[in-house]
Design a protein around this ligand. Structure first.
Ligand SMILES: *Cc1c(COP(=O)(O)O)cnc(C)c1O
Length: 377
């Protein structure tokens, strides 16, 4: 937790559940990533946290944006971004969204199938397009599965056809999976893209851009490699495969920019032993899977959880669950968590690393619970 967030929670003691994000920390993360990978242009993945104070701060720093919908594009434009700073990075877009984006001046679009390429040709003529490749997500704690991306062979054919369709075959992209802890995932993917770039060059198609996607990890409960380690591995791979002819490089970080800047403050609703005197206690918080902690599914993302206030230093194992009546509303049952032995209802519990993929995953009023309150300080 940053000192600013700590002070805010101490002084304001806001009603729970709430998310507090230190916008200066967002700026520091942006600067650290830019320093680790100076060759890359940063396109912030808006879906990680689309709050206006974050977008506005990033605009002031000269960032670009990866938007996944027309609504996200509108948020970027309202925050002061110009259309040239926005990439429409979703490979699955409604025709109406493509048309609105094109009308607003967006000229950079992703695709991974022929039908999407043809939609772009019709509704975003003359735009620069890049094809997303399917790459291995091994090493990612929140993988993106096989939902996105195509094979190198089909990417080659689609990009070779783009010009005849009135589009600019601009580049290729991939995403190695979110919270990717292994730098070799990027190196392997870069090698694959390089093969594509070289083969297309032999066919007279000159790709000018590679988009390395997001995935850069943050520390939750476990250590992850420093961002400089990823920067070094990626820069090395680019030099190995492209020599001194490195194309324009884009990255689309989400989690890395905002995750560590946020803290959720919650209240304990109930501590129960359920008749099993020796088993772990169940601790029910006023936030759960439906209140924004969706990434606890499968216990994939293990947030640091700690109690606040004057409580016993003696700790016991707990299971953590949310307040709703849904049986799936359990955060941690298999991962080992412990909280003070004398924890009781009304106590405060803080969940760190919640700046990314929490606020927008919050349901609007499941079981009648109000959505998470947000503070950007
Ligand atoms: C979600 C997403 C990102 C951001 O990923 P992080 O792991 O949060 O960095 C980037 N690009 C695309 C296309 C995405 O879908």
């Amino acid at each position: 937790m940053t000192p600013k967030v700590h002070r805010f929670l101490e002084e304001q003691n806001p009603p729970t559940p709430c998310l507090v994000v230190d916008v200066d920390e967002v700026e520091a993360r942006y600067a650290a990533l830019q320093a680790a990978l100076p060759v890359a242009k940063i396109y912030y993945a808006v879906k990680a946290n689309p709050a206006a104070p974050i977008l506005e701060r990033l605009v002031s720093l000269g960032a670009c944006f990866d938007a996944a919908s027309w609504e996200e594009i509108r948020l970027c434009l309202s925050a002061g971004a110009s259309p040239e700073q926005i990439s429409f990075g979703n490979t699955v877009k409604k025709v109406s969204a493509i048309a609105s984006a094109w009308d607003a001046g967006i000229r950079l679009f992703a695709f991974d199938s022929r039908e999407e390429l043809e939609k772009l040709a019709e509704h975003a003529p003359g735009s620069k397009v890049y094809c997303r490749l399917l790459v291995d997500n091994y090493g990612a704690e929140w993988p993106l599965s096989r939902k996105f991306g195509t094979t190198v062979e089909s990417a080659e054919e689609l990009l070779a056809d783009a010009e005849a369709l009135g589009l600019v075959p601009f580049g290729a992209s991939f995403h190695v999976g979110s919270q990717q802890t292994s730098s070799s995932a990027y190196e392997t993917a870069i090698e694959r893209v390089a093969g594509l770039v070289h083969r297309l060059r032999d066919r007279g198609v000159d790709l000018r851009m590679i988009n390395l996607g997001g995935g850069f990890p943050i520390r939750y409960r476990d250590d992850v490699p420093e961002i400089d380690h990823f920067g070094g591995a990626i820069s090395g791979a680019l030099v190995r495969h492209f020599g001194n002819a490195i194309p324009e490089i884009l990255i689309e970080p989400g989690r890395f920019i905002v995750g560590a800047a946020g803290m959720v403050s919650t209240e304990v609703v109930l501590v129960s032993r359920r008749g099993r005197q020796d088993g772990p206690r169940w601790v029910y918080l006023d936030i759960g899977r439906f209140g924004g902690l969706a990434e606890t599914e499968g216990e994939s993302i293990r947030y640091p959880v700690s109690a606040r206030g004057a409580l016993s230093p003696l700790m016991d194992q707990v299971f953590l669950a949310g307040p709703t009546c849904d049986g799936a509303d359990i955060m941690y049952e298999k991962s080992y968590y412990e909280l003070p032995r004398d924890l009781k209802s009304g106590d405060r519990v803080e969940i760190a690393g919640t700046g990314a993929y929490v606020s927008t995953y919050c349901s609007t009023s499941f079981n009648g619970f109000e959505p998470l309150e947000e503070y950007y300080i």
